[in-house]
Design a binder for this molecule. Sequence first.
Ligand code: HEC
Length: 254
Amino acid sequence: MKVIQNFSLAELALPTKMLFTGYLLAIGVGLIAAGAQIMLTHGMADGKPGLSVDDIVYSYHGNHDGPNASKLESKLFGSMKDNAPPEVRMTLLKWADAGAPASDWDSKIKPLVVEYCGPCHANMPSIPNITEKSVMDQMTKRDEGATITTLTRVSHIHLFGVSFIFFFVGWIFTYASGFSPVAKSILIVTPFAFLIIDVASWWLTKMNPNFAWLVIVGGFGYSAASTVMIFTSLYQMWLMPKPAGRHKTEPATE
Ligand code: HEC
């Protein structure tokens, strides 16, 4: 006999319902805000609106707009952002990201740099003439070491912080009725599993851009599971009729 759930959400006293409801609403709004923030910060990384695999690649595969990005990358995310159309900017970023291979310079990269960057960079003595390969080489150097530090920091903050959110959402949901213990267990453990997948996928994507889709799967996975738990819990507290005929002194058992 497993006496874990000895009351249901519908039977809770008003103060407990208010506590759970306040928490779930705040977390729900937080999840929406987090989604919006991801769209705004990562969604435009490839120059096109909406979140795509390319966005994830450019957000995680290396630390492009951070302090350790190459100069070319950080300038293309910063003061040089508007000096090239999105496709050209993207081509230059992809090239920088691939380690600025010399084999692409003459055929693909140099013509773009001459056309879009040359008007200033080849003519203003105060700024580096990046139409020269040797000068551009200085701009594409990158310190890979410290990006690991950034990723480690973000990973542990994310794992610790988000676990708290899922812990309480899951705990409240343990009192939901109408789910088999197995279905409930799966829903409760899903966000934690996807959280670990999500963080692991940042690292995998940093090493290999083909893992970018995992970042999207991870994010949608835990949003979906927590949405089900939040809506079910709110519904059962406020809208669902109380279970009739159960003896108050006898705990419900699973
Ligand atoms: C309208 C003139 C202009 C155009 C066009 C332009 N730049 Fe610049 N660029 C500057 C100026 C001015 C600076 C110095 C100020 C700064 O760093 O923002 C600069 C600085 C840079 C730097 C940093 C150089 C250093 O050593 O600090 C890089 C890298 C760069 N630009 C890349 C590009 C690329 C790539 C393009 C083409 C897509 C481009 N720029 C187009 C004017 C321009």
